[in-house]
Ligand binder design. Sequence first.
Ligand code: NAD
Length: 293
Amino acid sequence: MSAGIIDGKAIALRVREDAAVRTAALKAAGVEPCLAVVLVGEDPASLSYVTGKEKALAEAGMAGRDIRLPASTTETELLDLVARLNADPSVDGILVQLPLPKHIREDRVIVAIDPAKDVDGFHPVSIGNMVIGRPGFLPCTPHGVVVLLKEMQVKTDGAHIVVVGRSNIVGKPLANLLTRRDVNATVTVCHTGTKDLAEHTRRADILIAAAGKPRLVSGDMIRPGAVVIDVGVNRVEDPTAKKGYRLVGDVDFEAAKETASLITPVPGGVGPMTIAMLMRNVVESAENRSSRA
Ligand code: NAD
């Protein structure tokens, strides 16, 4: 048996097209959705992420305010910038690309963003709203995973979903979203303190890997017929590749596709969904602005 491959790019495209249609309607009513994208320093992976986001904004017809700051920017300077963007009525969303240089405290910056413009969904208010089911922005990667499962019509109601990873941006919010009634799964969260990882992963109807460890999940850790979602994006050296490296997930894809029923590739699985859900959050924020006007 060979697993079906989940085409994250195609599903993401549909989400982005929907954002573009909603953007056109807003612009016709005189409101142009705008995301401020702030990059501090020159980390190559971060640079490629923000470039991807700016391209997606342009394709959806939204405005992007690109703000590039040197790595020497102080925490106070960055907080001042966030305050100015909070106060700017033409800005619907503020995205500060993480990670930030070591001398800037990320949590200080995240809490400084107005929750009404927190399109990354990282602010404690956004997280709190998510947990108790109030309206607010959902974090893009976990939300993207939920949309992928729904679009692929994977049966989640009553399913046992095992999430590997407990970070604030992926594992924790994802585990929370999966227990909502609209997904209705029973969730096990594994992490570095988990004793026998394979024992848990083998019991998963749906296995979601978000550990950031290449090939952490081998084929024999997957229950036959399981759905496998690989959130991991890891650079591994590859002298045959043009850039000297290639991207792999946390799952041994070749082995897993012989066991799983459905699987996401890396790249082209969860990654495109993250950007698509960001576009949806920005357009939603602009719709909120429009309805307040
Ligand atoms: P993180 O390093 O903050 O968290 C990783 C988590 O995995 C930790 O909670 C840790 O407990 C767990 N973990 C690590 N090694 C483990 C092991 N051997 N056994 C069990 N658990 C283990 O990373 P993150 O920010 O959550 O990102 C995870 C991965 O997802 C990374 O590869 C990252 O690049 C990728 N990512 C992808 C997207 C996307 O859009 N596709 C978005 C965000 C993150």
